[in-house]
Design a protein around this ligand. Sequence first.
Ligand SMILES: Nc1ncnc2c1ncn2[C@@H]1O[C@H](COP(=O)(O)OP(=O)(O)OP(=O)(O)O)[C@@H](O)[C@H]1O
Ligand SMILES: [Mg+2]
Length: 640
Amino acid sequence: MSPRPGFLTGAGAGHEAAGQWHATGGSVGGKLGSSDRSSQWRYLVRLWIGGSLILCAVAWLCLSLDLRIATTGFCMLIVIVLLSLLDSFISSAIFSIVGGLLLNVYFTPPLYSFAIEKPLDILPIAAFFITSIAITSLVRRIRTAERFQREQARLLDQTHDTVFVRDPQDVITYWNHAAEVLYGWSKDEAVGKVVDSLLKTVFLMPKEEVQRVLARDGYWEGDLVHTKRDGSAVIVASRWTLQRDSRGVPCATLETNNDITQRRRAEELIRKSQAQYLAEAQQLSRTGSFGWNVATGELFWSEEAFRIFEYDLTRAPTLESVRERLHPEDVHIFERMLLQVSGTADDFDIEHRLLFPDGRVKHLHVVAHASEATGGSRQFIGAVMDVTNARETEMQLWQTQSELARASRISALGELSASIAHEVGQPLAAIITSGEACLRWLHRNPPNMEEIEGCVTEMTSEGTRAAGIVQRVRRLMKGAPPEHAPVEVNDLVDEVVALTKGEMESHACCLTLQLAREMPVVLGDRVQLQQVLINIIINGLQSMAAVPGKHRLTVSSSTDGDGNVILAVRDSGPGISTANLPRLFDAFFTTRSTGMGMGLAICNSIVEAHGGQILASNNTGGGATFSVILPAAHASIATA
Ligand SMILES: Nc1ncnc2c1ncn2[C@@H]1O[C@H](COP(=O)(O)OP(=O)(O)OP(=O)(O)O)[C@@H](O)[C@H]1O
Ligand SMILES: [Mg+2]
């Protein structure tokens, strides 16, 4: 018989040596001190002498009872087995030899001699010796296995984890000390009970699934809820290990449990406080969160989302609740987003307004990202931010900027006033001259109708010219909100040239126009873009005034490789010093005694608001060039 391998069962022969000195009270396989060693030797000598005397006594008794060698050998075997319980293999071997010698001397002819007459007589002695050795080593093995099992049980009793073993019918076969402490049932009470009915196990996933994983992997771990003897519940982190026999059939399950009730409660508390922090942070940042299942239409809002939409927390949010609050002018933004997400769009990022029954308006920024919900359907997780304050501030800033730009335009027009007056004065003078001529032709007898018609036609065209200039000036002075419309850049240049022509003439400046034939339109505000060009042209004229000689100004339009529109103004002035170059576009930077230093700063902000940039550089042959780069409008938008 060999010990069955498994939980809390003996090991094998390998542990035999380790257990050799147990009976003597010595340490296992360890190094012994000299006093320990001599006391062990004393014990052994006493054991061997005592054992041998007992065997002699058995031999004497059997001899005096005239028993046969077989009976005597059997009696001796019993004594040897009993003696083998007291020590190791060596002692058993010594006793077996002593027993064999006694049988030889007293029971095998010739008697009282070690000699053996017939060779066949050696057989019973050999059989005795082999049987004795075999039985004693078997007994020792069983004892070692038991000791090992006891040792294992002792170790398992020392661990703080609860450990129990159950058979395939879930009946508890082992129950450690920690299990006694945690659950309240003693070993004797627990062993033999069905584990789930004793502990009222609650599985957090179907038990069949747990059994399936255990059978497949031989291991399972997860959380369970058990009920203690006092009726209180305990959450445990449970680890199950399946034990199979030599044929691979499950024979036991080792279950190790850790009490994690406190940890789970602490985690729950943390979760709750995190949720509270999150809610407070959402309130502070005015950012609500939402989840939206596109297929089912289910919508989940955080508390802050309810607050932003100003709905009661008890109301179940739906797309209709959102529509109810939408600003009528922004409904199309929302509907377009719905259309996109019902297609393939994985993200959305929109801004729209809400209009409340009392007339208040809120600006919202909504961003969301698609993910897969349980069941495979698509869901969006997102944030809805109340950006009303930011948008209102932007609006105020934008208003201030456009007022500043208008003030700067009026100031530029002031600088142009003399030349504008001259521009308007010229057609007026021509009208007066034509009017006088017309009167003269009218007073002729008969009136010369042909000449009169000529004069009136001249007067109409001159009047139209003057009205055009006045209209442009009026447009520049207007404080209308910026437009976002297609602008033909070459037309823009022509109009600006018409307004600044007089100024150029008064500066004795020779203007060259290099306009590309087919220019794409740009999207923007015509008046603001004119203002940019006027500012740059006036700057050019003013800087050229400081240098003697011929003044040349070249205004050109072109496109770059990326399809951007470039408007460049090149002058023959002194150019820009390297020190001033980086500061040109700073507000209030000026080198002119009468300048404010706002012209280029305003130009820069206008161009940036149009998505473009403005660059200044010095020409190789002298003078400076200011280039305004604007993104061309998309063809479809341009024709819209
Ligand atoms: N074409 C140019 N050549 C050389 N320097 C220039 C040119 N254009 C602008 N500058 C420099 O840039 C400075 C800033 O120009 P900006 O138009 O911003 O202000 P300003 O003309 O001085 O005053 P204002 O506010 O009346 O326009 C000018 O003072 C000048 O020193
Ligand atoms: Mg200027």
